[in-house]
Design a protein around this ligand. Structure first.
Ligand SMILES: O=C(O)C(=O)C[C@]1(C(=O)O)C=C[C@@H](O)C=C1
Length: 257
């Protein structure tokens, strides 16, 4: 994605269009990862701390999987990238690999913003039941792996709100400073209803395109999708965009600290 990874011309040259292009690219990852998760039913034992009573660990299978995976990823430097946020930041091991100097685009206040706890709760309690079928097929490890892919893709996108906010602030500093100082509402200033509509429509279209049954010959199953496009676009409208705005607001409120 990444303003970081794909472009050397970041920092002062960062534009709202560049940041939005990255959000559009990230939709692909999110839609694909949700479709992949939907291959499995809910598999609720993966989320039940009492399932299996894991020796030496008090938590669910998915928590164990995420904590252990994040520990490995921390060792190879994943969270050195300011665009990455761990779900379990406490007691992560340090990176063992040489430090890459990522461009410093954000205000240092950005470091303290991590809303992954909210993302975790919303993903498991609100989103999952909307797009996976009920049931249990025993594939708990694969299910947990797919969940982490969804969570990381969503988290990256939502925390990208920091970059969106930074660019908006730089573009319209005069407009943003007074409400920030007054700790006033910023939401109307940073909302673009037309952009939000376009995001939701594009997500529905991607869900149709990526999630169609591809068949050869006559018996094409038109209109049958792996995940309901209306559900995915609703999930963006109800959760992904509002959480991104929450990060934007949080970032801006500390932008002048
Ligand atoms: O593109 C922007 O301006 C954003 O702030 C991102 C985003 C989104 O989450 O997609 C959020 C708020 C705006 O109303 C429009 C879109």
């Amino acid at each position: 994605m990444a303003v970081n990874a794909e472009s050397n011309n970041v920092g002062d040259g960062l534009t709202l269009q560049m940041v939005r292009d990255s959000l559009i690219r990230q939709e692909d990852t999110i839609v694909f990862s949700l479709i992949e998760r939907a291959r499995f039913p809910l598999n609720s034992p993966a989320y039940d701390p009492s399932y299996g009573s894991i020796p030496g660990f008090s938590g669910s299978l998915v928590e164990l999987f995420v904590k252990q995976t994040e520990a490995v990823q921390a060792k190879v430097g994943r969270f050195e990238n300011p665009e990455e946020h761990p779900f379990f930041p406490d007691n992560l091991p340090p990176s063992l690999v040489p430090h890459y100097k990522f461009p410093e685009v954000l205000n240092p206040a950005a470091m303290s913003i991590n809303i992954n706890k909210a993302i975790w709760d919303i993903y498991f309690n609100k989103l999952l039941p909307l797009f996976v079928a009920p049931g249990d097929d025993g594939n708990y490890a694969s299910t947990a792996a797919r969940d982490l892919e969804c969570l990381q893709a969503l988290s990256r996108r939502i925390h990208y709100g920091k970059l969106v906010a930074e660019v908006k602030f730089r573009d319209e500093q005069k407009d943003y400073e007074p409400p920030i100082r007054a700790r006033d509402t910023l939401v109307s200033l940073l909302t673009f209803a037309d952009v939000e509509e376009a995001v939701k429509k594009r997500v529905a279209k991607k869900a149709m395109t990526f999630g169609q049954e591809v068949k050869l010959g006559e018996d094409e199953d038109k209109g049958k999708y792996k995940v309901d496009p209306v559900v995915l676009s609703g999930l963006y409208g109800d959760w992904v965009i509002p959480l991104t705005k929450e990060v934007e607001i949080e970032y801006l409120l500390h932008r002048l600290d």
